[in-house]
Write a protein that binds this ligand. Sequence first.
Ligand code: DP6
Length: 328
Amino acid sequence: MHDRVTAIAHSNIALAKYWGKRDVKRNLPSVGSLSMTLSNLHTRTTVVRDDTLENDSIYLGDSPAPPSFSNRASRFIDLIRELANSQDALRVTTENSFPTGAGLASSASGFAALTLAATRAFGLELDNRALSRIARVGSGSAARSLFGGFVEWHRGEAEDGSDSFATRVAPTEHWDVHMLVVVTSDEAKSYSSTDGMNLTRDTSPYYDAWIRSSETLLTEMRQGVLERDLTRVGELMEASCLRMHAVMLSATPGLLYWNGATVELIHAVRALRSEGIEAYFTIDAGPQVKVLCRPSDAKTLARRLGTLNGIKEILEAGVGPDAYLEPS
Ligand code: DP6
């Protein structure tokens, strides 16, 4: 059997952050989160179901993926195999449109594209919620990358995770805002999100405060996005980011994902704002800085921020589309 399926999913950046798991095995979050899907930055994954193969074969472009990557992908495919009641292995080839080694997490777009392609290759017809629940197990942020526009991943209450999936808050064309991705390092992450989240939960005295404050922020963020209120969304996005990094820093040992350029960028974004250019920063589990702005300010901002020391590259993205299957 050789069914070839190709899926494309776009990356996303959380405006209201996910940090913390209430169930590690099912990958259920302790807080809900809300993201913007990014145009330009996508993963394209082709899957071929092959009953002559003994094990999955996973390629990153033309090269076999490193064992850490293929083992994680293969364990994830096991879930889909089980759902489909199949023993068949997959040949998977995956490519990112953004430079690999640019220090950008690709797990969101990667697991979303793999979910879409692999479920289809096994002949499963699933709705978006079911797809999002599956992608969530691969990587939490992947639950959001199945959708374009502005997307909320619900914390859910159920122990089995049945109500923890993402839904669209507003479609791609709802609001034309841009995100600059300012790359300050191309080194691999020092501490994975999963390990970082578990360490934070186990050791931070501020963990409960982070969880409690996230819910109100998420409600306000949803409102701000629906009203296309850049000031409100930007201020809330910075608050969510800084609170998340505060709780990371308060773990033992403290998790510090920033480098010097990350800090310089925070100051620069604030300085530009006081000059009247509306721009807001957010930072994930790494040293890159993402800057939310009006499309008409993006070029000026990229030029000004690009003069700082330690900037490797600046990518610009608008609001991206739904994940989709390429017509075969
Ligand atoms: C800081 O989705 O990479 O980017 O579920 O453990 O795979 P796992 O984590 P992941 O974590 C993303 C954390 C974040 C914030 C966010 O995207 O909401």
